[in-house]
Each structure stands twice: as structure tokens, then as C-alpha cells.
Design a protein around this ligand. Structure first.
Ligand code: SAH
Length: 441
């Protein structure tokens, strides 16, 4: 984070604006809207800062602006000098005002135009009456706290109430009816509803490959039980104060045994929590989501499964490799490179008209190749290893099955990696290279 956002309470406080002109007026206006009294000055003098909560430098002589910035810095008064980031200790964000709801957007000074564009988009999706919904929440705060002393129960209630009929009424300016609707909902609120577990696919690790449903659930969760590091970008999107429990890393290095994870999920749900069990890719593809869903069903706990973009799809898209192709593959097989009991079993998979997406197979590449070749697959069949597919750090190694088997061990960097094999792997925008020299990108 480049700058730490805070919201200043300027009610009844003094803001110094140094300089004159249109920009100075505009800044002064904003500060006035926040309740500040403006002290205008054309020349800087240290005593102008007496009692100031913030200072703005606009159109003034450079020497004056430098003096202002230095004096503010020395006294710990936030200062913003228009168009001079080096002199600033505070940036003025683009503001969306739905008082008491305020949204501020900053690009850290890198691209004010971008901040403005973002502001416009946010303006468009935030209803004008949003402030009234916040005001309603404020009015009923004490009653809700009294009726629902448990934090998780309170949050569940407000989650529903602030997007339900009471909120609609408030938004429409019908305050009395809104308060009545909220009171009625509160009277009927269940203080301890049974918890629920959502098995949520996190996709390959890029935040914007998450589904909207997963995003919503991450925003509502009381607890997030997650597997591996590598989903940090996704966890960034979760509720800040949700409890996070790391239960396992990728591969064989498990922090908790599967039965322990199952028991943990059951316990958290029985405490009435909203649990998100976050899994890389899709929860039902080599993610043991099925086992966890079974355990929850056996314990009588509600479970919802939210799909995610599985590694094969993220890797294929990221590398521009078609998984099916009318001239090269009419089937795709998702297969794991290692069996539960150890060793490799690829018997029956060597078919010319299908693409193999082999998960967890990189450590076993030679055995996989040997098995496929023994089964009749040509070692010159196009193949690719994709590491951290679908993320900003994706890497792709292309070649024939023989070539990638030889090169991958020295090429991988230790991130999750997938093997794709089949005639279709040589097609697509970057195809063709598979037949010639291997191409690492
Ligand atoms: N449920 C996950 C798979 C878990 S098994 C999913 O649907 O994607 C873990 C294996 O998935 C890893 O060994 C690797 O083969 C593959 N994998 C997961 N994320 C990946 C990524 N971003 N890029 C390449 N392979 C990945």
C-alpha cells in the first residue's frame, strides 16, 4: 500500500489554503463541505498554521509552497500541494460523497485521470440514496446490538437487512416505513441460526478470475478456511476482519489432516459461523471438496459449492492453448499425476484425439511420459508445462512430450504447474512451435 487512507474530521476546524485562483477555490469548497473553516493566505507565514488541521498549497510562488510544506512536515500537519507530489504528506483523493458514506479513490498521484474515471464508475453504481441506508443503520444500531449481542449474528442480520426491503424504503426516502420494516425484521431475527459452509473455488490465484458469487461470499464470511499461500490476491478481497485459518499447503505437505479439516468445518458451522472453505481452482477437481461436502452432509450442516476456474482452464486460456479443437481433440481429460497409494498410472489415457490435463504431475514427468509412450502415444506429441497459470506470474514451456519431460525439471521455479499433452496443444495462436524447437516464454 503506497499511502494509508484515513478520513479526517474537519468539523469546526481550520484549514489553511495558500494561494489564489480557481484550484484554490475548488479545494476550499471541498474542505468547507467537510465542515472546515478556511484560512486563505497568499504568502506563507508559520503562524498561519496555528490550530490548523490540514493545509493546501495551490497557486503560489514555489518558495512559498516549499516553506509551507517544510513547516507542515515539521509540525505533523498534513499538507497537500497541488500537482507537487514531492511536497505532499497527504493526497487529495477523488471523492464520491453519499454522506455519511464516503468513497475516496487515489492512484497515489500516478494517474489522477484514472482516479477520476474510477470515481465516475463508482458514482454510477452507488445509488443516490445510499446515505439514507447508512443513516437507517445508525438509527437502529442500539436496538440491533441489544437484540443480537453476538457479533456474528448481528452481522448476518445487517447483511440481509441492508440489502432488503427496509433498505429499499430508506433509499426511497421513506424513513419511517424503513425503520418499521427494520424493527419487524429484527423482532423476527433468529439469534442463533445454524451455520453454513460454502466450499468456494478461488480460481488459479488471480483476483479477477474469481466468480462474483465467490467475491460476495468472501465479503460476508465470518471465517475463511484456506489451503495454500498463493491465494493471497484472492484473500485480499475478503472481509478484513474475517478470521483466517490456514489448514494446508499444496502438494503432500498438509498442515492438518483431512479428517481434522472436516471436523474443524463442522465445529465452526455449529458455532453459527458463516464459513468459507476456500480452495484453489475448483473445489471439486482434485480439491477434496467432495470429501468435505460428504462430511458436512453427515453432520447435518448446510453446504453450498461455488465453482472456480480450474487450473486446466486457466492454464489453457493463459497460454492460448485450445483444449478441444475440431481437427485435433474431441475430449479433454483432467487427471492427477499421482495416485493416492503412490506411483503413476496413465494406462488407457494415450488416445490420439484427446487433450490430457495432468495435475500434480511435474515431479513424475519421466514416469508419465514412459507410461503414455508404452501405451502407444508418440513422444513427439505436442505438450506444454504451465506454471502459475492464469496469474500475473504465469510461465509457459512448450515442446514435444519428450522435450518438456527433459527440460521441465530445470525450468520450473516451484510454483504450481500443469502438464498439457495432445495434438491440440500444438494448435492455437502460439501453436506450430511445438513441432519445431521448444519455446519457453
Ligand atoms: N482444485 C485445483 C487443483 C488442486 S490440485 C484446481 O481445480 O485447479 C493442485 C495441482 O493443481 C497443482 O499440483 C498443479 O498441477 C495444479 N495447479 C493449481 N493451480 C495452478 C496454476 N495456477 N497453474 C498451474 N497449475 C496449477
Amino acid at each position: 500500500m503506497l499511502h494509508f487512507p484515513v478520513f479526517l474530521d474537519l468539523q469546526g476546524r481550520v484549514a489553511l489554503v495558500l494561494g489564489t485562483g480557481e484550484v484554490a477555490e475548488r479545494k476550499a469548497d471541498l474542505l468547507r463541505q467537510a465542515g472546515a473553516t478556511i484560512r486563505f493566505a497568499e504568502r506563507f507565514a508559520p503562524e498561519l498554521l496555528e490550530g490548523c488541521a490540514i493545509a493546501i498549497g495551490a497557486d503560489a510562488e514555489p518558495a512559498e509552497l516549499h516553506a509551507l510544506a517544510a513547516a507542515c512536515r515539521a509540525r505533523g500537519i498534513p499538507v497537500n500541494v497541488v500537482d507537487r507530489p514531492a511536497l505532499c504528506t497527504a493526497l487529495m483523493p477523488s471523492i464520491i460523497d453519499r454522506a455519511p458514506v464516503t468513497v475516496a479513490v487515489s492512484t497515489g498521484g500516478a494517474a489522477p485521470v484514472l482516479a477520476r474515471q474510477l470515481r465516475q464508475r463508482i458514482e454510477a453504481v452507488l445509488p443516490a440514496g445510499l446515505g439514507r441506508v447508512a443513516a437507517m443503520a445508525e438509527r437502529c444500531k442500539a436496538a440491533v446490538r441489544q437484540r443480537l449481542p453476538d457479533l456474528a449474528a448481528r452481522r448476518r442480520f445487517l447483511d440481509a437487512a441492508l440489502s432488503g426491503p427496509a433498505a429499499d424504503l430508506a433509499m426511497a426516502g421513506r424513513e419511517a416505513e424503513a425503520d418499521a420494516a427494520l424493527a419487524a425484521a429484527l423482532a423476527g431475527a433468529d439469534a442463533a441460526p445454524p451455520g453454513v459452509v460454502h466450499l468456494v473455488g478461488a480460481g488459479p490465484g488471480a483476483g479477477d478470475l474469481l466468480t462474483l458469487r465467490a467475491l460476495r461470499l468472501l465479503g460476508e464470511a465470518d471465517v475463511i478456511v484456506h489451503d495454500r499461500l498463493g491465494t493471497e490476491e484472492v484473500l485480499e478481497l475478503a472481509r478484513r476482519d474475517a478470521e483466517r485459518i490456514l489448514v494446508g499447503k499444496s502438494g503432500a505437505d498438509h498442515c492438518l489432516r483431512q479428517e481434522e479439516i472436516n471436523a474443524l468445518l463442522v465445529r465452526l458451522a455449529r458455532e453459527g459461523k458463516r464459513v468459507v472453505r476456500l480452495k484453489g481452482g475448483d473445489p471439486l477437481i482434485f480439491g477434496r471438496g467432495g470429501e468435505e461436502a460428504e462430511a458436512l452432509a453427515a453432520a447435518g450442516i448446510a453446504c453450498e459449492i461455488v465453482p472456480g476456474v480450474t487450473a486446466a482452464l486457466a492454464c489453457a486460456a493463459g497460454a492460448g492453448i485450445p483444449l478441444t479443437h475440431r481437427e485435433a481433440a474431441r475430449a479433454v481429460t483432467f487427471v492427477t499425476g499421482h495416485r493416492r497409494e503412490g506411483g503413476v498410472d496413465v494406462a488407457g489415457l494415450a488416445r490420439p484425439d484427446q487433450t490430457l490435463a495432468i495435475y500434480m504431475g511435474i515431479a513424475m514427468l519421466p514416469a508419465i511420459r514412459d507410461g503414455l509412450v508404452a501405451d502407444g502415444l508418440d513422444p513427439a506429441t505436442p505438450a506444454a508445462v504451465i506454471e502459475r497459470g492464469g496469474t500475473g506470474r504465469q510461465r509457459v514451456l512448450r515442446g514435444t512430450l519428450q522435450e518438456v519431460t527433459e527440460q521441465a525439471p530445470g525450468w520450473v521455479e516451484g510454483g504450481p504447474a500443469l502438464l498439457l499433452v495432445g495434438a491440440a496443444v500444438g494448435r492455437g495462436p502460439a501453436g506450430g512451435s511445438a513441432a519445431g524447437a521448444p519455446l519457453a516464454a
